[in-house]
Design a protein around this ligand. Structure first.
Ligand SMILES: Nc1ncnc2c1ncn2[C@@H]1O[C@H](COP(=O)(O)OP(=O)(O)OP(=O)(O)O)[C@@H](O)[C@H]1O
Length: 630
């Protein structure tokens, strides 16, 4: 199981109180039947496990050596047979019965925990995922996809493992050790102490062992990562290696990485190879000491400071119990150690569950059935969490159906402005209104449903082209084809061998950037929103494809209020109005020809695009250089 995300939420985890209790109280009560069955089985089964050794002792003392009468606690004498052969058969029946019942209980116990754990795993995974989806973009901005994935996979799996194995095993061990201790202390506390002596050491040693080797194995995984990265890098760049004849240099680097990995693994391995024999030695010594003390006692009377009498059956029973608790006691150390990791997993899960939803939806939020696309920004300011102000006091209004070009140097806040409109972030000050309703009072579903977004890198989900166009919408085949046709995509789709059934992956395998973009446009056409945001929608395609995309975009934006973010000013030249941003504030706005005539920032940006670098004023070049440095 990967440990890479162990550092995730390390600070926030401290705020989570009693995660294991919460895990059980939240999910345990949802599945009372399997949990109840498992608990009852775990309590009874280890007690039944005590019976065979006890009955064996009875057989030895009452039947073989005749040291004591044939009697069993709780069982009335009337039930006990009288003849010796019947007594032997009786013991045989009881032992067989105990094992059979124990097997049944173990089955129920395993079933109960497995059923509970599988259900909780499923519920946890879907709950955590649903919660993640509700979190604002700020949450995702500083996290790696892999880290979040690891919570949904590693942490959830670890909790499943805990519920499935840990609780049952710990209960089993506790009851078994308590039962063995009770029986031995009642029958002969002195020999009992001898038999129990190694038990705590087994737990301590196994606990210490895991504590010692775990960081060593983690380090070994780290060095393996380095080695794998080096190998992957060298094989991908093999052409460069050959052309620079750096084979000896690379061989040396691979050897060094492999050597570090070997050393790191050996540091862990040498502990592992000692652990098993160490435990065997303690177990064996414990067993031998019980035999020595018990045997001496039987043959020559109580040794050393011991007193009283002991029967042969008792010695055999204690030897049996010594063996019986050795395994569980050494397991206990490992289980206790695992608890810390499981708790960390539960904490990470609850950090996520407790994470405040930063884009809250008001209880009385209204649904915007169909907007007419009138938008007003009033004195809007915004800073990213831990960032400088990205938008400063921005105000403008857009009429229904208007096409607005958003331009400005890189980092001037164009995308941020649109994220605020979609409520991916909430403005810190000021208000944004659609059809005179503050977007904070509009349900997120209808707000975002009314906006179509076509970005720079169209994201296609794993599935067919058809599914990607109809993404999340119930659309008929003819509606999908119609949208694709209007997006200039139908032709290339039908040319594909599987047509609309063609499978595309996350990276849109087999489709060019321009084709993927047209699928994204078809998706937006099908969604039929009143407001469209185009975020550099043609930035990654060649000029020829751009013409095709422009045509499909015109189809998309017709009669809709549109924002088009553009670096290539030619794409917004025909906009009704161009808003020019600089450092998060509006510095100019108006149609293309007016802004050109103004001779300010837009005019300079335009000169850059048409290649009139000499005509640019010095201040503009200085500012551009300063921005580039920043
Ligand atoms: N998630 C974020 N967290 C913190 N700061 C951010 C984040 N996204 C953007 N910024 C910062 O906010 C400012 C505005 O960025 P924005 O992406 O809106 O600019 P832009 O005009 O769209 O730029 P570009 O043309 O390069 O896409 C920049 O200074 C940027 O570094």
């Amino acid at each position: 199981m990967p440990d890479d995300h162990e550092e995730l939420f390390i600070e926030e985890r401290k705020e989570v109180s009693r995660p294991m209790f919460r895990l059980f109280s939240r999910y345990g009560r949802k599945y009372p039947f399997p949990v109840g069955i498992a608990l009852v089985s775990n309590l009874i089964s280890p007690l039944l496990g005590l019976a065979p050794a006890y009955l064996l002792a009875l057989a030895i003392d009452a039947l073989f050596t005749g040291e004591r009468p044939f009697a069993l606690p709780v069982l009335p004498a009337a039930y006990i047979p009288t003849s010796t052969n019947e007594k032997l058969l009786f013991i045989f029946g009881l032992i067989l019965g105990a094992y059979t019942l124990n097997a049944l209980l173990t089955w129920f116990g395993s079933w109960g925990w497995a059923k509970f754990a599988e259900n909780v795993q499923h519920a946890l995974r879907t709950d955590v995922y649903d919660q993640m989806q509700r979190l604002g973009m700020a949450f995702f901005a500083d996290k790696q996809t892999g880290e979040l994935m690891s919570i949904l996979t590693s942490d959830v799996n670890r909790l499943e493992g805990f519920l499935n194995g840990w609780v049952g095993r710990i209960l089993n061990i506790l009851v078994q050790v308590a039962g063995v201790t009770f029986v031995m202390m009642t029958i002969n506390w002195q020999l009992g102490l001898v038999a129990l002596l190694p038990a705590p050491f087994l737990t301590i040693i196994s606990y210490g062992f895991i504590q010692t080797v775990r960081p060593k194995y983690r380090a070994a995984r780290g060095t393996f990562g380095d080695l794998a990265a080096r190998l992957e890098n060298n094989l991908s760049g093999i052409a460069v290696v050959k052309s620079f004849t750096t084979e000896p240099f690379e061989s040396k680097r691979v050897k060094e990485a492999s050597d570090s990995h070997m050393q790191a693994r050996w540091a862990a391995r040498r502990w592992s190879v000692r652990f098993g024999p160490g435990l065997t030695l303690i177990n064996g010594a414990g067993f031998a000491v019980v035999l020595l003390v018990g045997g001496w006692w039987l043959l020559f009377g109580p040794p050393l400071f011991f007193s009283g009498t002991v029967s042969m059956g008792t010695v055999v029973m204690f030897l049996q119990y010594t063996r019986q608790i050795q395994g569980p006691m050494s397991q206990a150390g490992i289980l206790l150690n695992n608890y810390e990791r499981v708790k960390a997993s539960a904490e990470r899960v609850f950090v996520l569950m407790d994470h405040p939803v930063t884009i809250p939806e008001q209880d009385e939020a209204i649904d915007l059935d169909a907007t007419n696309g009138h938008i007003a920004f009033s004195n809007v300011s915004f800073a990213y969490p831990d960032g400088e102000e990205a938008i400063t006091n921005v105000s403008f209004t857009v009429s229904s159906g208007e096409m607005i070009g958003l331009v400005g140097p890189t980092g001037s806040g164009k995308s941020t402005l649109m994220k605020l409109l979609m409520r991916l972030y909430d403005a810190d000050e000021g208000s944004i209104r659609i059809d005179r309703t503050n977007i904070r009072n509009i349900s997120l579903h209808s707000l975002r449903g009314g906006i179509g977004y076509v970005g720079q890198e169209p994201f296609l989900f794993t599935g067919t082209i058809e599914e990607n166009i109809a993404y999340g919408m119930a659309a008929s085949e003819s509606e999908i084809i119609d949208a694709a046709t209007r997006a200039n995509a139908d032709e290339f789709i039908t040319d594909l061998e599987d047509g609309y059934e063609t499978e595309v992956g996350q990276r849109g395998d087999r489709l060019s950037g321009g084709q993927r973009q047209r699928i994204a446009i078809a998706r937006a056409i099908l969604k039929d929103p009143e407001i469209i945001i185009l975020d550099e929608a043609t930035s990654h395609v060649d000029n020829e494809t751009e013409v095709l995309i422009q045509q499909s975009l015109e189809e998309l934006i017709e009669d809709r209020t549109t924002f088009s973010i553009a670096h290539r000013l030619s794409t917004v030249r025909n906009a009704d109005r161009i808003i020019v941003l600089e450092d998060g504030a509006i510095v100019e706005q108006g149609p293309h020809h007016e802004l050109l005539a103004n001779g300010d920032l837009y005019a300079n940006l335009w000169r850059v695009q048409i290649g009139e670098i000499e005509a640019l004023p010095d201040e503009f070049l200085e500012e551009t250089t300063a921005r580039d440095r920043a």
